[in-house]
Design a protein around this ligand. Structure first.
Ligand SMILES: Cc1cc2nc3c(=O)[nH]c(=O)nc-3n(C[C@H](O)[C@H](O)[C@H](O)COP(=O)(O)O)c2cc1C
Length: 194
């Protein structure tokens, strides 16, 4: 357990800034645990599903996160019916857990998807060209596709409007837990019993 309390740990607004800083680092730094958070969706039958995704963008002003996926995936189907999603990651070195909730929108074949596709590396584009659709049972492991162009139609940007963030910091002299909820521009911020 860490014994040195970081400067932000007693100030709610600083905790919120720190949470946003961790998310921004998650986009920029592949070694950050926030680069590969877990995304939760709810299926049409009410059952939750979890999977690792790569955090591709974070806009702190709009509080919007972006993740890329395949339009044919289960998560895209879930979001199409129930846009409420949750995201989780834990940074073991910093001993910080972030839990986010929000609403997701799917961008397929629009300007948002075009811009993201243009910035995608060739290797990443291949993921969206896989046939048959992700999750389809197959007789044997499939070879990777070698033509990414077929993936363009399947490529979707999942834009998540963040509605609440929970920050938890584990500390030997008392864990700290704070919650931030937005209904307008400014968050409602509160400490929570850990
Ligand atoms: C490190 C890592 C990163 C991943 N990144 C993504 C991603 O950005 N987008 C995505 O759709 N799947 C990603 N996956 C695969 C998903 O975890 C999941 O297996 C796949 O998308 C199927 O999920 P679904 O059937 O729930 O839609 C990643 C997996 C790992 C292990």
């Amino acid at each position: 357990m860490n014994r040195i309390r970081p400067g932000h740990a007693d100030n709610l607004d600083e905790c919120r800034r720190e949470a946003f800083r961790l998310l921004a680092r998650g986009v920029a730094d592949p070694r950050s645990p926030f680069h590969t958070p877990t995304l939760a969706t709810v299926g049409p039958d009410g059952a939750p599903s979890l999977r690792t995704v790569i955090l591709r963008a974070f806009d702190p002003t709009l509080r919007r996160l972006s993740v890329y996926t395949d339009a044919r995936s289960a998560k895209a189907a879930d979001i199409g019916v129930e846009p409420r999603v949750a995201l989780h990651a834990y940074d073991a070195a910093a001993r910080v857990q972030l839990r986010l909730t929000g609403r997701a929108a799917l961008h397929r074949g629009d300007a948002v998807a075009d811009a993201a596709w243009s910035s995608c590396r060739a290797q990443s584009r291949l993921c969206y060209a896989i046939e048959p659709a992700p999750g389809t049972p197959v007789d044997a492991p499939l070879p990777g596709p070698d033509d990414a162009s077929a993936g363009r139609d399947n490529f979707v940007v999942v834009a998540i409007g963040v509605e609440a963030v929970e920050w938890l910091w584990l500390s030997a002299d008392g864990h700290r837990r704070a919650r931030f909820e937005w209904t307008g521009r400014e968050p409602h911020a509160t400490w929570l019993a850990p």
